[in-house]
Structures are given as structure tokens and as C-alpha cells.
Ligand binder design. Structure first.
Ligand code: EPZ
Length: 420
């Protein structure tokens, strides 16, 4: 197993370019199964979740070439319906395959998808949504068997909660249904808008992406296509918070600041000054003390749950008491005990709420990365702590951040990857 060793308190400076968005590329790959010809994806981050999903595509007969940041896929003519039980549980995004595979091949069985250990992660919306479109779904030995022998019919489906992959999965399936599908209480994330734009550019008829009501006319399979992955707004936001926490003058480049309006507004409320360009965000080291805030996570365009952990590290440095309310997942504040072991003063009021009293001096410690975003939060904590921090279980960080130690070394961070 590998780990990161970090020497804290080094000032960073320079430019930090942002990679393509994990949560866009992970949906473009399943979308390739809606095409009869080759689909080429560019600006794809080289992260573990992408590698796992490519392994699944290869395993089920897709022909896939994966070189550097580009992937090309030709979907198989036929598919026996079986997804690899050893790979699917390694990432949540494998669930998105259900939409295209069910719509095109008529049957797909999958074990419960995995992903970050931040809550129950049920898939009832996927089951109910596919049933609404005429599929039959059975559960046998923890495997979900979706069947739609006579294809899918357009339907109206109301999501009980806003679900990002739920919206994406049903949107993909609906492009192959006969008739019109209306998704209500749909997610509005930029990655969904980009997915719909990609499909529309190749013949789909999707309207309303980016709003809570998306309408999809069934059009059948598409010929071939290409797509560029949009910048990763969560990586960009993590880097902005990292710059503020280390009081460094860093410029985050190759990003889309328009996807970070609320996080940048909240950081400004705290006293973090930024210079925002068309595709860059320069962070100016805060002159005075950081002000405490009350943070509430919310579906897009609200403050993203995926930036909650990095932001909580920054709040340990604010002067006074802050509150964090996590509204999406029931166990996404578990990492706070790791920050307390480094000297933070965080009280968990209940599984959804924490209060943070700052500023506190963090001391280097040995900690693990419970999930992708708590993992980058541990890196940020290590960069501001006194002494050496060791971070274990860094596969979780490699799932979502490509070669993170090399990229942070380039702006002066003392971080290195060693084998346990
Ligand atoms: C996506 O997860 C992202 N993952 C997550 O990012 C992100 O945190 C999340 O959206 C919220 O923005 C990918 O896109 C691969 P949801 P997803 O369905 O789609 C409940 C990261 O770090 N729900 O929007 O799985 C669910 O329990 C990851 O990149 C059901 O109840 O999240 C949650 O409370 C972590 N039944 C809420 O909906 C369902 O069938 C929103 O979850 C589905 C979801």
C-alpha cells in the first residue's frame, strides 16, 4: 500500500491547472453505448475510477483504447447482460451503465454499486425510474436484474430527491425509449448540461438540462461522436480552498469559475480574496483573519457536498465558531475526528451538523483517507499542520485526483508518495 508524507507550513506559489471533470467523464463513457460507431473522449483525467470503468467496458465486450487523456470506445453489437461483480462495487458511477445497456441490449444485471463510504447510497430511484419506463427489475442474491425485452417506453418520472447519477442514467435510457420522457425534480449539475449538449450534438432531442425538468424525445442510437470533458469544478474548488488554507498566492487555471459561483461567494464572505478570469481563479493570501461562517451543502448551484470536507479544514483556521450542515449524505462528517486528532476543535452535533471553533493550530499526524473528498481535505490539513503528516489509504485520493502529489510539488508543496 502507498501513503503520502507531507511536511506542513510551506508556502506555495504558482499555477495549478485543473483536469477534466471526473463526474463528467464517468458519464460520457456509458453514453458511448448509445452509439453504433466510435466515440472519442478528450481531456479525460487519468484517475482510478476512470481506469476501473474502462476495465468494465473492456470486460463486457466494448473495444476501448485509453491513451493518456483520451479514450475511444466502440460499443459491442451484443451484450449478455452480466456486469463484472468484482469491478462494479468499486465505483458509484458504474450504476450509470444501467441506462444505456438496458435501453440498447434489453437486460443488465449488476451488484450494488460502491463508491465513497459517505452514506447508504441506495438505488431505488434507478429501479423505480426504469420500471416507470416499462422495465422489469428483480433482486436475486444482492444482484439487481433489469429487463426490458420489448424496449423502453417514454414516461414521466418524479425524483423523490434530486439525484445526479439517477438523472443521468434515466436521461441516457430515455434517448432510446419510444415516445417522450419527462424527468421531474432532476439534478441541474453542469456535468448533466454537458452530457445533454454532447448527445444533442449527435442527434438527441433533450431540452431542459440544467433545470429541474428535463424532456427527452426517444430518437434511437447515434452514429459516432466526440466529446471534450469539461473542467473539474470540484478539483478547482478544492485547489482554491487549499490556496486559502495555506495562505498562498496560487492561480488555479484551466477551470470554469462560472461553475463555482456559490463557493467563491462564500469564500469571499470569509475574507478570501480572489481574482476571477475567464478560465482562472487567482487566490490572494488573506490579509486579516478568516471570518467564521454557517455552511449548508445543497444540490447545484448551491454549495457542493463534495467541497464540504475541504471547506471544513479551512474553517478550523477561521476566527470564531462556524457551523456546517451536510444535507445530502448521512455520514459525510465522519472525517472530522481525524481533524480533531490533529488539533482541530470540531463537535459533531448530529450526523448532519458540526460546529467548528477556530483558529486552531494543527499538528502533523498519521491519518487515513476515508473517501475521495475527505482524502484531499487530509492533504490540505497536512499542508497547514506543524510537522509531518502521513496519509494512508491514498487509493481513495487517486480515485479522484490525478498524480496529486506531483501537481502540488510543482507549486512548492513538500509532499511525496512512499510505499508502506
Ligand atoms: C453524485 O453521486 C456524485 N458522484 C457525488 O460525487 C456527489 O457527491 C453527488 O452526486 C451529489 O452531488 C458521481 O457523479 C459519480 P445522488 P450520486 O444520487 O449521484 C439519495 C465524488 O466525490 N439517493 O445525487 O450517487 C442519496 O442517498 C462523489 O465525486 C437515493 O435515496 O448522488 C443522496 O442522499 C461523492 N436513492 C441523495 O439522493 C437513489 O436511488 C443525492 O445522491 C439515489 C440517490
Amino acid at each position: 500500500m502507498e501513503k503520502f508524507l507531507i511536511e506542513g507550513r510551506t508556502e506555495l506559489s504558482g499555477k495549478l491547472p485543473v483536469n477534466g471533470a471526473k463526474n463528467h467523464a464517468l458519464k460520457l463513457i456509458p453514453a458511448a453505448f448509445l452509439f453504433t460507431g466510435e466515440v472519442t473522449l478528450s481531456n479525460v483525467p487519468e484517475i482510478e475510477d476512470i481506469k476501473r470503468l474502462v476495465e468494465i467496458v473492456d470486460n463486457i465486450g466494448g473495444s476501448v483504447k485509453h491513451e493518456g487523456g483520451s479514450i475511444s470506445i466502440v460499443a459491442p453489437e451484443a451484450f449478455d447482460g452480466e456486469l463484472p461483480a468484482d469491478l462494479v462495487p468499486q465505483l458509484r458511477a458504474s450504476i450509470v451503465l444501467v441506462g444505456p445497456l438496458l435501453a440498447r441490449y434489453g437486460s443488465v444485471s449488476l451488484p450494488l454499486p460502491g463508491g465513497d463510504n459517505i452514506g447508504q447510497r441506495p438505488i431505488d430511484f434507478f429501479v423505480e425510474g426504469c420500471k416507470a419506463m416499462g422495465a422489469n427489475v428483480k433482486i436475486k442474491d444482492d444482484t439487481y436484474i433489469f429487463k426490458a425485452k420489448h424496449g423502453l417506453q417514454g414516461a414521466e418520472f418524479l425524483f423523490p430527491l434530486v439525484s445526479v447519477t439517477g438523472t443521468e442514467t434515466l436521461l441516457l435510457a430515455a434517448t432510446q425509449a419510444s415516445g417522450t420522457t419527462v424527468l421531474k425534480n432532476a439534478a441541474c449539475e453542469p456535468e448533466i448540461v454537458a452530457l445533454a449538449e454532447f448527445l444533442n450534438a449527435h442527434g438527441a432531442k433533450i431540452t431542459g438540462a440544467g433545470t429541474h425538468t428535463i424532456t427527452i424525445e426517444g430518437t434511437g442510437l447515434f452514429a459516432g461522436g466526440q466529446a471534450e470533458t469539461i473542467p473539474d469544478r470540484i478539483e478547482a474548488g478544492s485547489f482554491v480552498i487549499l490556496a486559502a488554507a495555506t495562505q498562498s498566492n496560487l492561480t488555479i487555471t484551466k477551470c470554469n469559475p462560472a461553475h463555482l459561483e456559490i463557493p467563491l461567494y462564500i469564500l469571499q464572505e470569509m475574507g478570501v480574496e480572489t481574482q476571477v478570469g475567464a478560465d482562472s481563479i487567482e487566490v490572494i493570501p488573506p490579509k486579516g483573519k478568516l471570518k467564521p461562517i454557517n455552511l449548508v451543502t445543497h444540490e447545484y448551484p448551491g454549495f457542493p457536498t463534495d467541497l464540504q470536507a475541504p471547506m471544513t479544514v479551512l474553517l478550523t483556521q477561521a476566527e470564531g465558531q462556524s457551523h456546517v450542515r451536510e444535507t445530502i449524505y448521512e455520514s459525510r462528517l465522519v472525517y472530522t475526528d481525524l481533524l480533531n486528532s490533529m488539533g482541530a476543535d470540531i463537535s459533531l452535533l448530529d450526523p448532519f451538523r458540526a460546529s467548528i471553533t477556530g483558529p486552531t493550530e494543527l499538528q502533523g499526524k498519521t491519518v487515513a483517507s476515508p473517501d475521495i473528498r475527505a482524502g484531499i481535505a487530509m492533504i490540505i490539513a497536512g499542508l497547514i499542520a506543524e510537522g509531518t503528516t502521513t496519509i494512508q489509504n491514498i487509493y481513495q485520493i487517486d480515485r479522484g485526483y490525478e498524480r496529486i502529489e506531483e501537481r502540488l510539488q510543482a507549486v512548492g508543496a513538500q509532499i511525496r508518495r512512499v510505499s508502506e
